[in-house]
Design a protein around this ligand. Structure first.
Ligand SMILES: [Zn+2]
Length: 621
């Protein structure tokens, strides 16, 4: 998925973290268990599972599910489970809370009794029936890429948030028949069941849960790349040019093909809903959300294309090139991995590269976006608290649940991950004298892990990067991946003739350091980086600033007011904290306004010029 735009703060559970780091993940446990049983026992036949999803009254937001289970070895107590999360979005979402009107019958229509045995398990007393029919409704009124929405306009649903699985039967195949409302059309990445309308087949639950549906009166366009069909379905009106989107997306797909040498799917589906924002990756499809009017100006359109490139690149990086714990999945618990900095950070790096290589972004803009990321990281005290591996591991309780202290105790595995992948690419290019790059690491992971259905570990990743570099990268990984050392950008960037210019000078201006938000007529403190005058001298997150030096304040006014002050000047803040008015005097700090840019080194060598050109495909200027 693409990173959340607003990161606020987090909860820390250090004790739980240290303890859990030494535990096997549930997925690892399951894998070991499977290995043992596979040789020791003959497996009983799996059930035949068929779902029908209807939407007879879309305005009620109720998706109607019928699940038929035909099973020679039906247990006396059959257990059906709702996933608690969906892969790609690392947060326990408790999809079971939207289930209602649950009922079970045998094939003759006799009512079967049932009870819930935990938050997401329905246990049915099957009374010897070999075939059961379960019906339930799911309230669907939340449009995000990992939830469900049904309304008078359309339906979008994620099967992990809709369809139950029989306990211990995640390898079972199933079919899904959709009964659309009125004349709505159905789009999904799953293959069709021959001879049936709107019926689809999933080999197993990882594939079923990986295949979101869009049902509605959507617009569509198809195009081929390397002989493979690709299709957009778009729900909603907006200032987009679908023809242009198809042409530009085809260029991005082509760049993915150039890296890996094949497109490992039969067909690919882009589902685009024109509300909200973000995306979620799947094996041969993606769900995207974008603002209706977010396709202009050109810079916004380019942002849209980087979202497309991000989710598309994931079809390799994370969906097929799988970190240790990410597949087969445990749908009832957190699946812990230290590798989201590769799976997400690496994808965040490649989103820009694909768009740049496709000629849809200049090398200048590409490097400017890296400079912006670096500036944001360098303004985050949390970079000294959390390394990339721990940020990945704790995604479930931190990245997805930020609070106002996140800036001080966390980094994003997307943002720092993107930077570290960028630097690693340059390091490999320099060390191999341009013979290898991060593309070779990705290709190797695809050939030796993805295609052999093996997941990779933290050790594998470092070893492969070292093989491509032709030297140890232990120092790089120890400092920047497993450590929290400040990054020495210039020693790295010089590999391709670049350097970081921070725009710092002796010309220091007064600064307060609080992050603020104007909320109607209220000016609110959102967060306080720990190395700032505001933090050190007592402003708090959620304080409402009502006046400075006795004058009523807005964000615009405060900015102007601060611009006229000098470092070491004092300002009296009047704030509401909870319901009480109080005054806080703050002595302003001084700092040079940072303005990070990545520019060419002075007098680049021939080698630097050559490596830059093989990287960005333009001349170093
Ligand atoms: Zn992503």
């Amino acid at each position: 998925m693409q990173k959340a735009i607003n990161i606020k703060v987090l909860v820390i559970l250090i004790g739980a973290l240290i303890f859990s780091m030494y535990q096997e993940t549930p997925a690892q446990r399951t894998k070991k268990t499977n290995k043992k049983t596979a040789t020791a026992e003959v497996k009983p036949l799996p059930p035949t599972i068929s779902y029908t999803v209807s939407m007879s009254k879309p305005w009620t937001h109720l998706l109607e599910v019928e699940m038929r289970l035909d099973w020679a070895t039906m247990p006396e107590k059959a257990e059906l489970k709702m996933p608690v999360w969906t892969p790609g979005s690392y947060l326990i979402r408790e999809y079971a809370r939207h289930v209602e009107d649950f009922a079970a019958n045998d094939a003759s229509g006799n009512i079967l009794t049932w009870q819930k045995t935990n938050k997401n398990t329905w246990q049915i007393d099957t009374k010897g029936a070999k075939e059961i029919v379960v019906k339930y409704n799911v309230y669907a009124n939340e449009l995000t890429v990992r939830t469900n929405e049904l309304n008078a306009d359309h339906a979008f649903f994620n099967n992990a948030a809709l369809l139950m699985f029989p306990k211990d039967q995640l390898n079972a195949s199933s079919t899904v028949k959709v009964v659309p409302f009125g004349n709505w059309k159905v789009a999904v990445g799953l293959p069709k069941v021959e001879g049936q309308t709107n019926a689809f087949r999933a080999e197993n639950f990882d594939i079923l849960y990986d295949s979101p549906f869009e049902v509605g009166d959507f617009k569509e366009i198809s195009f081929n790349v390397q002989g493979k069909p690709h299709r957009y379905v778009v729900e909603g009106e907006g200032n987009y040019d679908l023809q242009k989107i198809a042409v530009d997306t085809a260029k991005i797909v082509e760049e993915g093909y150039k890296i890996f040498g094949d497109l490992p799917y039969n067909d690919y589906l882009f589902i685009l809903n024109l509300r909200g924002g973000g995306g979620l990756e799947h094996l041969n499809s993606t769900a995207l959300q974008w603002n209706k009017f977010g396709f202009k100006p050109e810079s916004r359109y380019r942002d849209f294309l980087t979202l497309v490139a991000h989710e598309y690149f994931h079809l390799w990086n994370v969906k097929r090139i799988k970190p240790d714990a990410l597949g087969p999945f445990d749908y009832e618990n957190e699946n812990y991995t230290k590798l989201l900095w590769v799976a997400e950070g690496g994808t965040a790096y490649y989103e820009g590269l694909l768009v740049e290589r496709a000629g849809l972004m200049s090398d200048k803009d590409f490097l400017a976006s890296k400079a912006t990321q670096i500036q944001a990281l360098q303004n985050r005290p949390g970079r000294f608290e959390t390394n990339l591996e721990n940020a990945s591991f704790d995604a479930w309780i931190k990245y997805y649940r930020p609070d106002e202290n996140a800036v001080n105790n966390q980094i994003s595995y997307y943002d720092k991950g993107e930077i570290v992948n960028f630097l690693l690419d340059i390091e490999i290019r320099r060390a191999s004298n341009g013979a290898k790059s991060l593309d070779d690491v990705m290709r190797y992971l695809s050939a030796e892990f993805a295609k052999k259905n093996k997941n990779y570990t933290t050790e594998d990743f470092q070893k492969i990067a070292e093989t491509m570099a032709g030297k140890t990268l232990n120092d790089f990984f120890a400092k920047y991946v497993r450590g929290t050392e400040d990054i020495d950008y210039n020693s790295n960037l010089s590999g391709v003739g670049l350097r970081l210019s921070t725009g710092e000078s002796n010309n220091k201006t007064a600064y307060l350091g609080a992050n603020l938000r104007q909320d109607g007529d209220k000016l609110i403190v959102i967060s306080l980086p720990s190395d700032t005058p505001a933090y050190e001298q007592g402003l708090n997150a959620n304080d409402q600033i009502v006046a400075v030096d006795g004058i009523r304040v807005s964000q615009t006014f405060l900015t102007t007011y601060l611009n006229e002050k000098r470092p070491a000047d004092k300002i009296k803040f009047t704030v509401f904290r909870f319901d009480e008015l109080r005054e806080i005097e703050i002595t302003l700090g001084g700092r040079a306004k940072p303005d990070f840019k990545i520019v060419a080194v002075d007098n680049p060598t021939e080698e630097q010029r050559r490596l830059y050109q093989s990287y960005m495909r333009t001349e170093l200027k």
